[in-house]
Write a protein of this length. Structure first.
Length: 438
């Protein structure tokens, strides 16, 4: 080990232990409207963002412009004879706060079809990467490559009045949303299908055309994509991908730069990458125990996972204190179309077994499953078994919410974000002063 690294470890490890003890002893000392513990808790629960598109309640779950997920599945427009909502309609709802008609959705579809041509250099940029590059890295680079076409960046260079920022932002947002499925499908076919690509069917809706370009033309899979891209679209403004879009966008970075940054956050294992980690964890369990583990065996494996200092992927949430409604929507879909699927039944057995074990540790505030706990099993049922790609699907969906929100950031003229930070020394001195005064 080099001297610099050795010196860092000598300082960092003792300080880490000291800070943990300090928070344990002084966590409830107030620092205004928040406490010492809040400073070290990732700002959870501290109101500091304005996000119009959705609101997450700890006990009720996510609402998009006031509508719950069951209400969205009932009220949003569907293809004729369809059973699942069209994601384009959710974008309309998040952007305008009004429930769209089917004609409104058709207008969006036509608009996005006219914007869907991806510049050739975007594909060339992706092709320059090793084929083993993680799909999320390819996705982020593809988004960055599209930035050369940014209308906002050009308008800003040309001296646009700030009251008009929303206009080129709108153009970038629609272009980005129109092209994302094409870029994502290209990455999938390049990485897993010998670079054999599938021409789009523009007459299909946004989700179904995406499924088609991936290579999955089952009617049920079209339905799953419509549901998946709807329920993953937004989850309030404080999650990593949404907050990153707000933060980077607040510097007047254009939608491409802002969204690429958000996708780098989504690629983290504590955020969107969790959906692939759930499947990886289940596969490891099956390799060790067998293809159809009993509930008792699942319980033992969960205990062993926790004993090894690891998390059970797909369980827990920073805000929710109940089962994620997005999990329940996927479970309902699975009960309709794949109730006998072996992997799906393992997911349901984990759902019965895991919460009481996690709650029993006394360390986990939310022992219930989140959206990631179920999504992978649904995709695998239809043959999409390349689970490193799952987070890209999440990213295509998340674009709907964060881009609608970014539009409002520019329309409302929200300022650059600049929260205050302090040092550990400042915290110690402040706590000591408060104690002395008391």
């Amino acid at each position: 080990m080099g001297t610099l690294k050795e010196k860092f470890i000598e300082k960092a490890l003792p300080l880490s232990a000291e800070i943990r003890q300090f928070v344990k002893e002084n966590g409830q000392v107030p620092l205004g409207e928040f406490t010492v513990e809040d400073v070290y808790a990732g700002q959870k629960g501290i109101i500091g963002l304005l996000t119009e598109t959705s609101l997450l309640d700890a006990n009720e779950g996510i609402r998009f412009r006031g509508y719950s997920i069951p209400e969205l599945r009932a009220k949003l427009p569907k293809v004729p004879g369809g059973t699942e909502p069209l994601p384009e309609g959710l974008f309309y709802l998040m952007l305008l706060g009004e429930m769209p008609t089917y004609d409104d959705v058709l207008e969006i579809q036509e608009n996005w079809r006219n914007r869907s041509e991806v510049p050739a250099h975007v594909y060339a940029s992706i092709d320059a990467l090793p084929i083993t590059t993680h799909p999320m890295t390819q996705f982020s680079i593809g988004i960055m490559a599209m930035q050369t076409d940014s209308k906002f960046a050009k308008a800003y260079r040309d001296g646009i009045n700030k009251k008009d920022y929303w206009d080129p932002t709108y153009e970038d947002v629609c272009n980005l949303l129109a092209r994302l499925p094409y870029v994502a499908a290209y990455i999938y076919r390049r990485t897993y299908k010998d670079n054999v690509h599938i021409a789009p069917k523009p007459e299909l809706d946004w989700a179904a055309n995406f499924a088609h370009m991936l290579g999955y033309d089952q009617v049920e899979f079209y339905k799953l994509m419509r549901l998946y891209l709807t329920i993953h679209a937004d989850h309030e403004g404080g999650n990593v991908s949404a907050h990153t879009t707000h933060l980077v966008g607040s510097a007047l970075s254009d939608p491409y730069l802002s969204f690429a940054a958000a996708m780098n956050g989504l690629a983290g294992p504590l955020h969107g990458l969790a959906n692939q980690e759930v499947i990886r964890w289940i596969f490891e369990m099956r390799n060790e125990i067998g293809n159809a583990p009993s509930k008792e065996q699942i319980a033992d494996y969960i205990h062993q996972t926790l004993k090894n200092g690891k998390v059970v992927p797909g369980y827990g949430h920073a805000v929710l204190r109940k089962t994620d409604p997005r999990f329940l929507a996927q479970q309902e879909f699975a009960k309709t179309y794949m109730a006998d699927d072996e992997l799906v039944n393992i997911v349901w057995n984990i759902y019965e077994v895991a919460p009481p074990i996690l709650e029993g540790t006394g360390k986990i505030k939310n022992p219930w499953p989140n959206v990631d706990a179920h999504s992978g099993a649904l995709l695998l049922h239809y043959g999409l078994n390349e689970y490193d790609f799952f987070t890209v699907l999440f990213g295509v969906s998340r674009a709907l919410g964060v881009m609608a929100s970014l539009m409002w950031d520019r329309a409302l003229g929200l300022p650059i974000e600049r929260p205050k930070s302090v040092t550990y020394e400042w915290l110690k001195n402040t706590v000591e002063a408060k104690k002395a005064k008391a």
